[in-house]
Design a protein. Structure first.
Length: 194
């Protein structure tokens, strides 16, 4: 549509330009020019066609700009929500790592020493293993950020729900193996020792 409108406008512009050039060449040294009613009507039609063409092109351009602005705002909202989801998943994974590293085995009511809460009371200072875990998690965060910088539109599965589900599968498999071994009884344990 835009190309057709542009073509019509350019044809009308060429028509007006050629008519003016022809009249100027025919004038020579004279200062006045005679224009017939038919020629003036043709020029009026060409000018109206140029006007319509320019109006349509500008309207189409504004519509496209408005649509792209709306899409940009929608994408920003989506990226904001994705960022929030990623941070929430990362926080859950960090908390899961802290629980297992501190030896709580996943109990939810246990109080976990962390580097951020340990500074208020020296008696509640974090252990060396908790601080080492915090340093490892900070290093992991820097690696994750570097990966996102290298591929800003790609998927990064270092943290998040994928890691949590893999951990849950491993825990379930370990529990199933322990349960199977317990059901096998002491005779199976003697056979494995021999």
């Amino acid at each position: 549509m835009a190309i057709e409108q542009l073509e019509r406008g350019l044809q009308a512009s060429v028509k007006v330009y050629n008519y003016a050039l022809e009249k100027l060449n025919a004038l020579g040294n004279e200062t006045e020019c005679v224009v017939t009613r038919k020629e003036l009507t043709d020029m009026k039609k060409a000018a109206a066609a140029m006007n319509r063409s320019l109006t349509a092109l500008v309207r189409e351009s504004h519509d496209a700009e408005n649509r792209l602005t709306l899409e940009l705002h929608m994408l920003r909202g989506i990226m904001r929500r994705e960022h929030t989801d990623r941070d929430a998943n990362r926080a859950r994974v960090f908390e899961l790592f802290r629980r297992y590293a501190c030896g709580n085995g996943g109990s939810d009511d246990a109080q976990l020493p962390t580097a951020s809460t340990g500074g208020t009371n020296p008696l509640n200072a974090p252990s060396a293993s908790a601080m080492a875990l915090d340093r490892a998690l900070a290093t992991l965060e820097r690696i994750d950020q570097s990966t996102r910088d290298l591929s800003p539109v790609g998927r990064v599965n270092v943290h998040g729900a994928g890691l949590l589900s893999a951990k849950r599968k491993l825990d379930a498999a370990a529990e199933a193996a322990a349960e199977a071994q317990a059901q096998a009884g002491p005779s199976a344990a003697k056979r494995t020792k021999a």
